[in-house]
Design a protein around this ligand. Sequence first.
Ligand code: NAD
Length: 247
Amino acid sequence: MTGTIKTAVVTGGSRGIGLGVVKALLDHNFKVFSLSRNVCEELNDDRLVNIKCDVASEANQLDAFKQIGETTSRLDACFINAGVCGVSPLLEMDTDEWDRVLSTNLTGAFYSLREAGRFMRDSNSGGNIVACCSLSSFKPENMIVHYNASKAGLRMLVESGARELGAYDIRVNGIAPGLTQTDLIAGTEAIPGYLERVAKRTPLGRIGEVADLIPSIFHLLTDRWVSGQVLVADGGLSLVTPTDPLE
Ligand SMILES: NC(=O)c1ccc[n+]([C@@H]2O[C@H](COP(=O)([O-])OP(=O)(O)OC[C@H]3O[C@@H](n4cnc5c(N)ncnc54)[C@H](O)[C@@H]3O)[C@@H](O)[C@H]2O)c1
């Protein structure tokens, strides 16, 4: 390969959607820094640097980006992906649970956006930042008020970032996956028939898999002219209306 090696940061790259994106970036010859609480044992590649990091900790993220700066002078792409969920009725939700989800999904995403943005601005090379939003960025689901609020906030973080960082040739976008087979949704298997019902309502006829999301995310991580958009990648599920006579 000729030219400069491209570099990317992925938060929560140890499994699920983040791991899929790490693999895609490696396949495209990126050097990848994965910032996660757990190290991915599956991948053994000297272009992958695992940095142990709790994204909810500002100190951890500052330290992680400092380490990245000691290794590379440019950052081409950042996928802000680390996220958690939990299920509780609103009236039973305690403040610790609210804080756990908001501090990772929204405040943690803010730290990543700010640090990646600073890095790209200071290296004068522009770049692409993509945040992992959700259908919950647009509409609320029951029993996950904290997740809904965090993902709606994340959508606004994307739009705000796109406005302010464009001046540095930095694009900021989001991807909003529908239900995707990862550990995050493992708990839904306890709800009888849930996954089958969602699959049936989805125009493409099944639940999404990590591989389904990769082309869209990779595109947004390398696009030149799209900024401030949240791309819904859900097999058409969000088109379905509750009053549809065939549902
Ligand atoms: N799976 C879905 O149906 C779905 C749908 C829409 C959006 N999303 C979003 O996709 C993103 C990835 O989720 P996933 O489905 O791959 O789930 P996952 O649980 O498989 O992966 C989450 C990743 O984030 C990391 N992580 C979580 N909290 C962290 C923290 N505080 N610090 C550092 N790393 C942390 C985990 O270690 C893991 O690598 C999340 O933001 C999630 O909200 C998922």
